[in-house]
Structures are given as structure tokens and as C-alpha cells.
Design a protein around this ligand. Structure first.
Ligand code: SIN
Ligand code: CO
Length: 394
């Protein structure tokens, strides 16, 4: 058995975009070790230009930020969007970055980049954030709590990371963004378009633009135990039977009436674990709805629309796609009966497994041909999803 540490830099091949089989990546790197993949997308041409990104950051509803660094004073500045177009003409030639979150929901070609991480459950993916940096631009040395795949889109960025165990993680207190007080790189690389740097959570990193630079960050998410507990308990509390409560039929005479003794804590633990007991179906239903609302900036707007209006618009070449404001995921019935529950906007709808897969596919488009090919129940579901605003016109 080899005890050699796995390489930190590999080159992608036509067979392996990660430079190795997915199973090897998951085993050696995922959530464990950084990896630079040269040529993850060969001859990559960015689907967006810096001007497209600036235009999007001016639209209401997009989540844009500008981070500027004043080198002379060692001061960081943060502005939140949406921005007036004129703002971009006022920015200096160097040392600033525009970052726009959720770009996968705004642009189908950006969304298509998610194919790079198709081996991960889609609900583990938070978004694709796109950044444009002027020369010298960066967001400083920092750590993220989530895994990220940093795909270079245009120009070059110099990435430095500290891959050593237990790096110093104290934050600077004088900056409007979370920056490290100390950063000592152990590795440095210059990334060209198509190169991709994978970082597990907690690895300090610093990326500075060498020239006009676009970076696509495929960011993962993992709800914290606190978020899970608060969300689950709030809902479960409403459903629990009032009869289920702390009980002590085994009570022995107390010698210390003011004290909560060990036996009371054991009974308390039992009561709480009974309250938390759930089968897969109930847990899956709650988790699907919970994830569908995770970091939701906007909620979909329900519409009054008749089946005839929907089929009429499809006949006139209308195309239904998942709404940008809705995150959909599904759970299966587990019994292999072809049933599924689609979750979105904090709600659930029973659908066929086929329709659930269609609605959550990267390239979901329901046109006239696709709609006509669905069975009657799925067509009724498409109407319901359109009424709820989970599907909207392209
Ligand atoms: C950037 O795109 O400038 C920053 C991305 C990151 O460090 O996570
Ligand atoms: Co980062």
C-alpha cells in the first residue's frame, strides 16, 4: 500500500475533468484536501463578459457586491448592489472586484457549468458566484465554511493557499468583510481560463487578478446543525401530540427537592428523542422543504392561469423553465413505485419520478413537444407548478 500524499496539482483529461476518476477525487480530496486541476474545461471561453456581469449587478433582485482595496491606507471598502450603471465608470483602474451571487439562476450557460459537479447531489450546491476583478483586485485572504470549485473564466488570477494543518484563523476587525489577520501561503499558482482550484472548507486562500479577470465559484452549502435543529424543531413542535411530555412513573423519593437529578436528565433525554423520532418519508419531506427555502432571497409569485392558456402559450412556442426564485429538489417514495415528492418554495407536491427529474434537470425546458409527451397526471402537475410560480415562461 502506498503511503504517498496525493498530488495537489493534476491535469484534466478527455475522460476525467477532475484529472482522475470521480471516486478517487471523493476519496482523497472532497472535504479533505485542496486540488488544482489544470484544463478542467479545455479552451474554456467564458459565457459572460465583464460588461454582462456589470449589467446584471444593476438589476433589482441580483445579489452584487463591490469590494475595493485602498493599498495606500490598507483599507477595505464594501458596497452592496443593485448598482447604478454610472458607478462602474467611477471605479479606479485597479484593486476592485465585483461579485454577483446566484448567477446559475440568471444565465442558462452559467448554469450549464454545474455539469462539472454533476457527481454531487444538486442540493449540496449553493450557487455559482461570478466575480470580475480589475488588475490587482481581490477579496483579501480569507477562509470559507463551504467547499468551493474556483473556475478561471477570463484572464489570469494568482491564487495562494495555506494547505498546512491548523492555519491561524483570527479575523481582522477593521474590515467590512471577513479577512484573516495572518496569511502565509504554502502554495501559489497562476490560473488560466479553464483551470479550476478545489478548496475544502477552512483552507485560507487569496486570489489576486493579474489582469482583467473573471472567476466562476461553484460554492457548496451544508446547513449547520443549529439551523437544522431550529428549523426542524419549530415545525415538529406544532405537530407533536400534547400527550407526549416529560413523565416520571419511576420516581424515587427525592432527598434534595431543589435539585434536578441525573434520573430527571435521563427522562428528559428520552422525551426529546421521542419527539425527534421520524421515518425517512417525514424526514425527507421536511428536509426537502427546508432546503428549498435555504438562502431564498425571493419567493415565487402564484398566478391565475388556466390549462387552456398554458397549452395555448406552449403552442405559440412558449417554453416553461424553473423560475429563478425557486430551488427544487425531490425525494422518492423509496419503494421503487415511480412516485416522487417535489419540494420547492417550502412546499411539497406529489409527482411522478420522471417529472421530478425533468423539473430539477440542469437544462429543464418544457416546450410543446415535451408537454404533449407527458401523461395526463404530469400535465396536470405542470399546470399546478406554473400556477404556483415554480415554473415560469422563458
Ligand atoms: C473571488 O472570486 O474573487 C473570490 C472567490 C473566493 O475566494 O471564494
Ligand atoms: Co473564498
Amino acid at each position: 500500500m502506498s503511503t504517498q500524499a496525493p498530488d495537489i496539482e493534476v491535469r484534466a483529461s478527455a475522460r476525467h475533468a477532475l484529472g482522475m476518476p470521480v471516486a478517487a477525487f471523493l476519496r482523497h480530496y472532497w472535504q479533505k484536501q485542496p486540488l488544482l486541476i489544470r484544463g478542467a474545461i479545455p479552451d474554456f471561453v467564458s459565457p459572460l463578459t465583464p460588461d454582462d456581469l456589470a449589467g446584471l449587478a444593476c438589476i433589482d433582485g441580483t445579489l452584487g457586491r463591490i469590494v475595493r482595496f485602498d493599498r495606500r491606507r490598507n483599507r477595505w471598502h464594501l458596497e452592496n448592489g443593485p448598482f447604478a450603471e454610472a458607478r462602474f465608470a467611477q471605479l479606479p483602474k485597479r484593486d476592485w472586484t465585483l461579485l454577483v451571487q446566484d448567477m446559475d439562476r440568471w444565465d442558462p450557460e452559467v448554469r450549464a457549468l454545474l455539469r462539472l459537479v454533476d457527481f454531487l447531489p444538486r442540493w449540496r450546491v449553493d450557487d455559482i458566484m461570478v466575480s470580475y476583478a480589475a488588475p490587482g483586485g481581490s477579496v483579501g485572504a480569507h477562509v470559507d465554511q463551504y467547499d468551493v470549485f474556483l473556475l478561471q473564466g477570463l484572464g489570469q488570477r494568482r491564487w495562494q493557499i495555506d494547505a498546512r494543518p491548523n492555519p491561524p484563523l483570527a479575523f481582522r476587525e477593521d474590515a467590512p468583510i471577513r479577512l484573516l489577520q495572518q496569511f502565509e501561503p504554502s502554495h501559489e499558482w497562476l490560473l488560466d481560463p479553464g483551470d479550476m482550484l478545489y478548496l475544502p472548507p477552512g483552507v485560507p486562500h487569496f486570489g489576486e487578478a493579474e489582469n482583467d479577470c473573471l472567476t466562476f465559484s461553484i460554492g457548496m452549502r451544508a446547513p449547520s446543525a443549529g439551523e437544522l435543529l431550529a428549523g426542524f424543531a419549530a415545525e415538529q413542535a406544532l405537530k407533536l401530540d400534547e400527550e407526549l411530555r416529560y413523565a416520571d412513573p419511576d420516581l424515587a423519593p427525592t432527598e434534595d427537592p431543589g435539585a434536578i437529578d441525573h434520573a430527571a436528565l435521563t427522562r428528559l433525554r428520552q422525551t426529546l428523542s421521542q419527539a425527534m423520532k421520524l421515518d425517512d418519508a417525514a424526514l425527507g419531506d421536511w428536509f426537502g422543504r427546508f432546503l428549498s427555502l435555504y438562502r431564498a432571497a425571493e419567493r415565487p409569485r402564484p398566478r391565475r392561469i388556466s390549462p387552456a392558456q398554458i397549452s395555448g402559450r406552449l403552442e405559440r412556442e412558449g417554453i416553461l423553465v424553473p423560475a429563478a426564485s425557486v430551488r427544487m429538489n425531490f425525494t422518492t417514495d423509496g419503494a421503487g413505485r415511480g412516485g416522487a415528492t417535489l419540494h420547492g418554495n417550502g412546499e411539497s407536491i406529489p409527482v411522478t419520478l420522471e417529472l421530478a427529474r425533468l423539473c430539477t434537470a440542469l437544462n429543464c425546458q418544457i416546450d410543446q413537444t415535451c408537454y404533449a409527451g407527458l401523461d395526463e397526471a404530469d400535465r396536470a402537475s405542470v399546470i399546478e407548478l406554473t400556477r404556483r410560480g415554480w415554473l415560469s415562461w422563458q
